[in-house]
Write a new protein. Structure first.
Ligand code: UGA
Length: 461
């Protein structure tokens, strides 16, 4: 089947919005991205991305003829068959997501609807029930109320930062939640190239060998919203479970890598998202678990499993420091190198990164901190201005003269480091490998990993 090209407007050019816009343009649709931040619009028009995401900039350039960026709703909404709302929902101090931007976007969309069938899609992660609320905003603010035939669909996003493009082209499922069959049908058309994998994979992003076609999951509006939260909560839970077992492995002299491999072979459990380490971070897991617990409390319903997952994750961040103290005791005046600041590799995103809490704690304890990250350092200058640390131009430089190094983020560059060579310049060869990255122990070194006994590579030992 040949794909019919649809006219799409994407409100919000943050992570999800920009990825969605570029991906849909690459599939052959006509896309306009809207943002009130004029700087972002200027950048995107020049073909530059405001964030770092592998492969996306190339695809942006390759799809440029079907992509337009604007700050003006009136020039984008009236023509659109499908309107995505992809604005941010940053957490409020209470842990609830701030829905102000969603409300503002919905109002601006409403004022520009054309009276024909237009499908408004919620892609931002919003609490269960928000779809209905957006519907009401559209009704309240549409200029021609009687003519309005807009419908609302929830289409949650499951992509991961760092592999956003891959995840959006080769999803496991596409979830569409709505009470409107017309709305669902139009989005099915939009996603046809993905559902049948009829598009030509972009350069450097081939279809995985064992990839099976994604399932189209159609649900009610609120079920789709719940699927998003439940999926993230379950993934967070898996990680926290692995971390909890890892702690016990250290007590009983078992090895978490062997244990998770062993349990993951059971297909009911699976291998993925069982890596023990410094715990989860990023803009999603913390926010979404908090929001789900919060939704529960609105109804007087407690969520003990999720609360425990959050608690284990907090504890995990402190364990990094305990491991240092086990060897260095007082950290006052000690020099500690931190490799990796982003919450995971292949992104410059610093939100809720375990490295933040670790550096803050090291500062409190009087340690001198030197950091390195392949891409996130410029970002950190702005966002972590309240932290005091030195920047090193390379990982090797960070290690020079250090009493210990904490490997926080498993960038490939750190895996590939000549560790034997690099540790020679350290004052003490102590490595806290919070992601269990090191396969071979550097000479004359002591390595602490997660869920494993302390490893010493000291000749004669
Ligand atoms: C997560 C989900 O994986 C996506 O499916 C979802 O769409 C996204 O949130 C979202 O809601 O927008 P993301 O936050 O980009 O994606 O990052 P992940 O790759 O899931 O990693 C989250 C954190 O878990 C990272 O800090 C990572 O280091 C940690 N992690 C992951 C582990 O500690 N162990 C693992 O086994 C896997």
């Amino acid at each position: 089947t040949k794909t019919e090209s649809l006219k799409v407007a994407v409100v919000g050019t943050g992570y999800v919005g920009m990825g969605t816009a570029v991906m849909l343009a690459s599939l052959g649709h006509q896309v306009v991205g809207i943002d009130i931040d004029q700087n972002k619009i200027e950048m995107l028009r020049r073909g530059e991305l405001p964030i770092y995401e592998p492969g996306l900039e190339d695809l942006l350039r390759a799809s440029q003829e079907r992509l337009r960026w604007t700050g003006d709703y009136a020039s984008a909404i009236p023509d659109a068959d499908v309107i995505f709302i992809c604005v941010g929902t940053p957490p409020l101090p209470s842990g609830q997501p701030n829905l102000r931007y969603v409300a503002e976007a919905a109002q601006s969309v409403a004022r520009n609807l054309n009276g024909k069938l237009q499908v408004v899609v919620n892609k931002s992660t919003v609490p269960v029930g928000t779809g209905d609320w957006v519907s009401r905003i559209l009704e309240d603010h549409a200029l021609d109320y009687s003519a309005g035939r807009y419908v609302v669909v929830s289409n949650p996003e499951f992509l991961r930062e760092g592999t956003a493009l891959h995840d959006s082209l080769y999803p496991d499922r596409i979830v569409l939640g709505s009470s409107s069959p017309e709305g669902i049908e139009r989005l099915r058309q939009l996603y046809q190239p993905l559902l049948e994998q009829t598009f030509t994979p972009p350069e450097g992003m081939p279809r995985p060998a064992n990839y099976t076609l994604p399932e189209l999951v159609t649900t009610s509006l609120s079920s789709a919203e719940m699927i998003k939260y439940a999926a993230n909560a379950f993934l967070a839970l898996k990680i926290s479970f692995a971390n909890e077992i890892a702690g016990l492995c250290e007590c009983v002299d078992a090895d978490i890598e062997q244990v998770t491999h062993g349990i993951g072979c059971d297909q009911r459990i699976g291998h993925r998202f069982l890596s023990a380490g410094a715990g989860w971070g990023g803009s999603c897991f913390g926010k979404d678990t908090a929001a789900l617990i919060n939704t529960g409390s609105e109804y007087g319903y407690t969520m003990p499993i999720l609360r425990a997952a959050v608690e284990v994750n907090q504890r995990q961040r402190h364990l990094v420091i305990s491991k240092l103290q086990r060897h260095l005791h007082r950290l006052q005046g000690k020099r500690v190198a931190v490799l990796g600041m982003a919450f995971k590799p292949n992104t410059d995103d610093l939100r809720d990164a375990p490295a933040h809490d670790c550096i803050a704690r090291l500062m409190d304890l009087g340690a001198k901190v030197t950091v390195h990250d392949p891409v996130a350092m410029p970002h950190a200058r702005r966002e972590w201005a309240h932290l005091t640390y030195d920047e090193a131009p390379t990982a090797e430089a960070a290690l020079r003269g250090a009493d210990a190094v904490i490997l926080m983020t498993e960038w490939d560059e750190y895996r590939a480091l000549d560790w034997d060579q690099a540790v020679r310049t350290m004052r003490r060869r102590l490595i806290i490998d919070t992601r269990n990255v090191l396969q071979q122990l550097p000479q004359h070194s002591t390595v602490e990993q997660v869920g494993r006994t302390t490893l010493h590579n000291v000749p004669g030992n």
